[in-house]
Ligand binder design. Structure first.
Ligand code: ATP
Ligand code: MG
Length: 353
């Protein structure tokens, strides 16, 4: 029996509602598989925890996370209790940094039954790989002079190491998918970092002769996400460009309530973290109407990452069929409650086995 230890952090708001429900689905999958068992170490780290303890997580918290195979997180933040910069930097960003989760990945797929804002969504299914540690979001720069002469300078930092590992990750991923990588660039306007990015993209690409490559300027790429999203497979982007593209990906899918994300530690030294794109959704807490699909799809990404791809595919099949049958929460135009969606998915999974 393979035992997998998961750090579970439900966090704030609807994270506390959807995470426990989705663990039931994970348990069902483990039962179906028969050869794997999930052990949960659940942590109450949240804004409520902060009010009681003055910190978002205890001193030995990080060490405890490091001893597990993956981190499964709900949502962090409740600005009514704790300012966002305190809760995010004290937990989410701290984990991303200290577990060296240098790459962020987010898939976007057309799912039958979800109302995409696109007139003709076709069958798009792409995944954005975002550099998650440097780039445009650097602390290098500052402000000089004042008044009419004031100048703000923001430097972007692109190291060969981080650029290369991100691009290589995208190529590796493309090898397991349909074999195409698109790079987001802007070398016609950004004259140092982006030509460098393009150069590394070409160099790494030489190691993957069977993968089809393309470079698109970020402005055109944003338009293509709307006009022809089905033409993309893996898209690799810098920190800022990836940030923009991943939100756009969630938007063309049709609902923030279904979008998943993963923060990947690529050297296997520390665990990766799996969290849905949505936040704590304070406006719908306590009503049982939170959409659990974003969290569940996140669980699917975690299963894939842990080498349990078959269980991941089974889960995705159940998710798609459930939405297709109209068992969906209000944000998707349905009337079902969180637990009804979960129960339906569990029934399906049990019937498959
Ligand atoms: P954050 O700052 O953490 O991103 P936010 O308030 O900006 O929080 P969300 O918490 O994602 O963003 O909420 C944005 C909107 O989407 C809210 O109206 C919320 O109710 C809705 N929403 C988000 N997630 C879900 C979900 N899982 N199910 C239903 N509605 C959701
Ligand atoms: Mg937000």
């Amino acid at each position: 029996m393979q035992k997998l230890k998961l750090s579970v952090i439900p966090g704030d708001g609807i994270g506390q509602e959807v995470v426990p429900e989705t663990l039931k689905v994970l348990d069902t999958l483990a039962e179906i598989n028969g050869g794997v068992k999930f052990e949960y170490e659940t942590h109450p780290w949240s804004c409520e925890y902060y009010l009681e303890h003055g910190v978002m997580m205890p001193k030995d918290g990080m060490a405890r996370l490091h001893q597990t195979d993956a981190i499964y997180l709900g949502a962090v933040g409740n600005p009514k209790l704790v300012p966002d910069h305190v809760s995010l930097w004290g937990l989410l960003i701290k984990i991303r940094r200290e577990c060296e989760q240098v790459i962020n990945i987010r898939p976007a797929q057309y799912i039958n039954g979800v109302n995409s804002p696109l007139a003709n969504p076709n069958d798009f299914d792409f995944i954005v790989v975002r550099e998650n540690s440097e780039g445009e979001y650097s602390e290098v720069g500052g402000r000089i002079h004042s008044g009419d002469d004031e100048i703000a300078i923001q430097n972007a930092v692109f190291t060969r190491k981080a650029t290369e590992r991100t691009i290589r990750y995208a190529f590796e991923l493309a090898q397991r998918r349909s074999g195409q990588v698109t790079s987001a660039t802007k070398s016609n306007g950004i004259v140092h970092s982006m030509p460098f990015w393009d150069q590394v993209f070409q160099e790494v690409g030489k190691d993957y002769p069977s993968i089809q490559t393309e470079s698109n300027h970020i402005d055109a790429l944003c338009a293509f996400f709307v006009s022809k999203p089905h033409q993309f497979d893996v898209i690799v982007a810098s920190n800022l460009f990836g940030d923009i593209l991943t939100d756009l990906g969630a938007a063309v899918m049709g609902s923030i309530g279904i979008a998943p994300a993963a923060n990947i530690n690529i050297n296997g030294k520390y665990p990766s973290m799996f969290e849905p794109v949505h936040g704590s959704a304070p406006d719908i807490i306590g009503r049982g109407i939170a959409n659990p699909i974003g969290q569940l799809w996140t669980a699917k990404m975690m299963l894939d990452h842990l080498g349990l791809d078959e269980l991941g595919s089974l889960l995705m099949k159940a998710i798609k069929e459930t939405i297709g049958e109209g068992i969906k929460t209000r944000d998707l135009g349905g009337t079902s409650y969180t637990n009804e969606v979960i129960d339906h998915i569990i029934t399906k999974l049990t019937a498959y086995s």
